[in-house]
Write a protein that binds this ligand. Structure first.
Ligand SMILES: Nc1nc2c(ncn2[C@@H]2O[C@H](COP(=O)(O)OP(=O)(O)O)[C@@H](O)[C@H]2O)c(=O)[nH]1
Ligand SMILES: [Mg+2]
Ligand SMILES: [Zn+2]
Length: 306
């Protein structure tokens, strides 16, 4: 029978069968995925084939179906190995806030670059609209325009005051979505609102201000209705930029990608070369400065690309 991995606890997996039943499953013997060195052979979101185990209600996973995409991070223990966070995503949603806490544009752009590199459509959802004064509201509108122009879907909501929740649910409908964002932006509050049966612990603002608190928790997928799933990744602060070469980076900014063939030099880094189409567009105001700043910042920051 075919099923979808909802949760992993190391050696056991919760797999939702095509019969709508949840099975506790484990892998048969050694399981090797070709061409990849990973610490976990199976991740949340994987579609698998399983057989009945001798024990009632338990199954054995015999096969992983090909992945459409996946998010992988370098293992914290062994840099040679990757850890797959989730597979087969329809979209990656970044929940951001402009205040309390403030999500930086650099962080947003890194998230978008990651999603591009994994070939997963990204969506920006700005929460806590109830906290914005007129000036911040205007700033939020400008930001949304910037990102929409580049091609990202954006939404403004207030999980607390029930604003934009229907649009958010519309966004999720029929899809598998990863929900990401800094601690404190309201992920749990939002999930509780749209799926009260899941019930997530929300933290007070003072809790997330503590730095250096390291929590390792597994990604988990929740079913919101028949064909709508949301993946929560507690403890995962950012998707991470894995193995992106300098020359590749501009490909992961859609507005830069469009101009790449137009620079005078084929190996243009878009920093100081004459006849650079990207710097030209920047001068003309066709590219937003903060986006270009993020490009330069990621380029100069080796550590953030592993
Ligand atoms: N004012 C306001 N506060 C919110 C909103 N959404 C969540 N919060 C608060 O932000 C804090 C952190 O929320 P939580 O859901 O735990 O964030 P998480 O760390 O992303 O899961 C809690 O005190 C929530 O009540 C919102 O839309 N407006
Ligand atoms: Mg939370
Ligand atoms: Zn250039």
């Amino acid at each position: 029978m075919e099923g979808k991995v909802m949760r992993s606890t190391g050696s056991w997996y919760d797999v939702l069968g095509k019969d709508n039943k949840l099975y506790q499953s484990r892998l048969r013997g050694k399981f090797k995925i070709q061409g990849m060195q990973v610490t976990n052979p199976i991740a949340v979101g994987d579609d698998v084939i399983m057989e009945k185990d001798s024990e009632e209600g338990k199954t054995i996973i015999t096969e992983i179906l090909p992945r459409e995409n996946y998010i992988i991070r370098k293992s914290t223990h062994n840099q040679k190995f990757g850890h797959i966070i989730a597979a087969n995503l329809d979209q990656a949603i970044l929940l951001a806030t402009l205040i309390y806490p403030r999500t930086s544009l650099g962080f947003i752009d890194r998230f978008l670059v990651s999603a591009e590199s994994f070939r997963i459509p990204a969506v920006l959802v700005f929460n806590k609209s109830d906290l914005l004064d007129e000036e911040l509201e205007k700033y939020r509108e400008d930001l949304m325009k910037t990102y929409e122009k580049v091609g990202y879907k954006c939404l403004s909501i207030s999980a607390k005051e029930d604003k934009g929740i229907e649009q958010f649910q519309e966004l999720l409908k029929g899809k598998i979505s990863l929900l990401s964002g800094h601690s404190g932006v309201g992920k749990s509050t939002l999930v509780n609102k749209i799926a009260p049966n899941i019930r997530q612990k929300t933290s007070e603002v003072s809790d997330f201000a503590q730095k250096g608190v390291h929590t390792t928790t597994f990604a988990e997928m929740f079913r919101l209705d028949e064909d709508t799933f949301i993946i929560d990744t507690p403890g995962i602060k950012e998707l991470g930029l894995v193995d992106i070469e300098d020359e590749e980076l501009s490909h992961y900014f859609p507005e830069l990608r469009n101009l790449i063939g137009k620079c005078k030099f084929y190996n243009c880094t878009h920093i100081h070369e004459p006849g650079c189409a990207i710097v030209d567009a920047l001068d003309k105001g066709e590219i937003t400065m903060s986006r270009y700043d993020s490009y330069l910042s990621i380029l100069s920051d080796e550590d953030n690309r592993r």
